[in-house]
Design a protein around this ligand. Sequence first.
Ligand code: ACO
Length: 329
Amino acid sequence: MSTSGRTRILGIGSYGPERVVNNNQLSNTVETSDEWIRTRTGIQERRFASDEQATSDLSLEAAKKAMEDAKVLPEEIDLVLVATITPDMAFPSTACILQHKLGLNKVACFDLEAACSGFLYALDVADAMISSGRYSKALVVGAEKMSSIMDWEDRTTCVLFGDGAGAAVLSRDGDGPELLGFYCGADGSNPSLLCQPGGGSALPASADTITGRKHFLKMNGREIFKSAVRVMESSCRKLLDQHNIAIEDINHIIPHQANMRIVESLSQRLNVPLGKFYCNLDRFGNTSAASIPLALSEAVHSQRIKPNDLCLLVAFGAGLTWSSTLVRF
Ligand code: ACO
């Protein structure tokens, strides 16, 4: 049982849809090549949900695994957070839809939108809500059906993303890795760097937004790349400084899985060997809010992370948003 009074991860699980599409298969329909995608990003294949699967269905599979891993019953969950930028619909929240699919009680449910930083933001929010004493067991999900907003006529973005979900059950009652600290930040000064311009209140859906392909993801890859490297480094350093922990004491870094070159730059800037980074980007591509829980779940269940290891999670995404989390296993 928890004695430190910190929130713990009681269980974690992930789900990757069955359909696997490798770079060569993509190059049959998009003007690209396996060589370009691999050397520029490190991605070899990605998974795509079926037409029948919405983000809540991907969430459901990951949540069931996390709840089984945590050995908690549906009636014990009293809070559901889903981090996503590809909700089933604009409203109601995907968290509400997931609550029903899981057969949970009529507990508090909401979505959180911080793009690729969403899961780490959600850990911070869930920890605060649990720490308030008003909630006991939170189900936190990061899930995306990125294929639903990818523009197959834009080769600069459509080769980068994939679908998936990861979930964790958090509580102060029970055993599991401890959440030691959180840091979240954002800079909203240039939303068009990475956005889905159409369909919101600024640009409601119309025939023009459809012909202008404004319901798809738009990204200035080069600018995002530069910000990502800088912001991920400072976000790691800030959290470590807050907790008086040296970077050498970190056993594993699980970064947002966007581009292997970003991870390599981060490894150099932090002076941490690449071997300490856990990456599954080659098999999943960028799954946005699902990326960190997908990688963390794999690292935990493959026994790569050992008891007492110190793990640093770090993300950045549209907004721009960034976040880091420290976990003691
Ligand atoms: N296949 C072949 N050629 C391509 C492709 C493709 N899929 N895409 C672009 N090219 C070409 C371009 O047209 C360009 O050709 P040109 O020189 O003749 O004009 C050339 O390749 C280089 O293009 P760049 O955009 O300069 O390529 P770069 O090396 O910057 O890599 C990339 C692009 C991979 C997108 C990179 O900038 C990146 O990873 N950025 C960060 C993206 C990211 O991390 N996003 C995460 C946040 S996601 C979220 O929050 C939801």
